[in-house]
Design a binder for this molecule. Sequence first.
Ligand code: IYR
Length: 218
Amino acid sequence: MPDFIPYHPLSFDEPEQLARAKDFFELCNRRRTVREFSPKPVPKQLLDTILRTAGTAPSGANKQPWRFVVVTDPAVKKEIREAAEKEERESYEHRMPQEWLDDLAALGTDWHKEFLEIAPALVVVFSIEYEKDGERTKKNYYVKESVGLAAGLLLVAIHNAGLVSLTHTPSPMNFLQKILGRPANERPFLLIPVGYPADGVKVPDIPRKSPGQFVIWK
Ligand code: IYR
């Protein structure tokens, strides 16, 4: 039998539950992806605490198959920017079909990725596909789901601390494995610049779906 320990659930009366749920919704609903950053540095202890939040995510068989590489070294950020822009330029100019480009038009993105050098920290999220146990290879489970959940918590923790982020997906991303010297069992998942927004930053005027559009009650 595995060891079990008592769980101490949070407990609120119903009005308090609703008030907390509303407050948390308001908090999350203010989060926006930001594409222009200030170079103002972020304290290491703050990032460390935010990353600990990401590490609380549930995961398949509790394997916690994530790695977060925090890049603040300007030389490494520059290397990442150059590699990302090379791939992104190829994608925007040759690889992405018109329909995809049309879908991105409202976001105002293109292959230029200055933010990869300007943002004070780049959090590069890797998924750990398998672990080596001596000679044996042990596969992890539900890796994408697990790492996606950790990344979601990361974005909310960043926002909660008054910082902003951008979920960036240069494609293909294998250059990150090389530049950051990660082993073959780690696969780049997301590249998340983190920091403060540039002064007067604007975000696209795009709507969120309402619950009527994405929730079904049976
Ligand atoms: N990876 C490119 C293109 C891009 C794709 C999607 I889907 C987006 O939501 C946003 C951008 C880029 O990062 O610019």
